[in-house]
Design a protein around this ligand. Structure first.
Ligand code: SAH
Length: 246
């Protein structure tokens, strides 16, 4: 039986791939990958490496998660080195935990290779630190996929009254409802928000606004995109750097 590496691919800039990820990608007999921010990574595989695409297109899985789990398991029966490659970090909304549990239950050895998560690195490339002394003492990374107001929403909106930075992943489609909900719980309507599209790549776009106007400003940005809510967004004025590079 082979070994599975649940591997983070980083947010897009290929140089944010870890050395450990690069090593296993070079050794892989098969790579099972999602829609990656940077498909150039696959060029680092050895000759004859098999590639299996199981990714999502705009939130829709090509394969349901249980079939992805089964594919990884089957590949581990056939090959020595199986790399399960995911954007960002495999345990940050990557369902890496479910895949690891599936393998553990079946006695398949695996390792986890953390990746540089978009939740922190994409704001950083926009010049937005997720914490900053005197401005934000913490940050939350939250799914934006559950529209607020849905009866089964598990998001504790009431907890978002603090000034902690909030980073919403997968939330662009719900931007209007998210902004409305945050105003409803008492955040001022001029509270700063940034939406960052295709962060860390040459196509990075950053749109800054307020809870009140961000939807109109950012609604047409391409995905992947994330939303940063917090006073730290104002630091971008001083700290922006990536979009100044030539
Ligand atoms: N495991 C990933 C997140 C998976 S959820 C990680 O740790 O980064 C997918 C969401 O991540 C997208 O909907 C988007 O909100 C965010 N995302 C990933 N890459 C991004 C990028 N380059 N720019 C902006 N947002 C990104």
């Amino acid at each position: 039986m082979g070994k599975v590496y649940l591997t983070g691919a980083g947010p897009g800039d290929i140089e944010l791939l870890t050395l450990k990820a690069a090593k296993v990608i070079g050794m892989a007999d098969v790579i099972i990958y999602d829609r990656l921010a940077n498909p150039e990574i696959l060029k680092m595989a050895k000759d004859g490496c098999r590639f299996i695409y199981v990714g999502k297109e705009d939130g829709r899985h090509i394969l349901p998660q249980d079939q992805i789990n089964e594919t990884i398991y089957e590949m581990a029966q056939r090959y020595d080195v199986v790399v399960r490659l995911k954007g960002g970090d495999p345990f940050v909304f990557g369902r890496g935990g479910e895949e690891g549990a599936y393998l553990a239950q079946r006695g398949v050895p695996f390792e986890v290779i953390p990746g540089v998560t978009s939740a922190i690195s994409v704001p950083a490339y926009a010049g937005i630190p997720v914490t900053h002394r005197g401005i934000s003492v913490g940050f939350r990374v939250v799914t934006g996929h559950e529209a607020p107001g849905k009866p089964k929403s598990q998001i504790p909106w009431e907890n978002f009254r603090s000034d902690d930075t909030i980073v919403f992943l997968m939330g662009l489609h719900n931007l209007k409802q998210i902004a409305a909900k945050l105003m409803e719980i008492g955040k001022p309507k001029d509270f700063p928000v940034a939406v960052i599209s295709k962060g860390t790549t040459p196509e990075q776009q950053v749109v800054v606004g307020t809870l009140e106007n961000i939807y109109e400003r950012a609604k047409n940005l391409p995905t992947p995109a994330l939303i940063v809510v917090g006073r730290v967004v104002e630091l971008r004025e001083q700290l922006r750097w990536f979009d100044k590079l030539v």
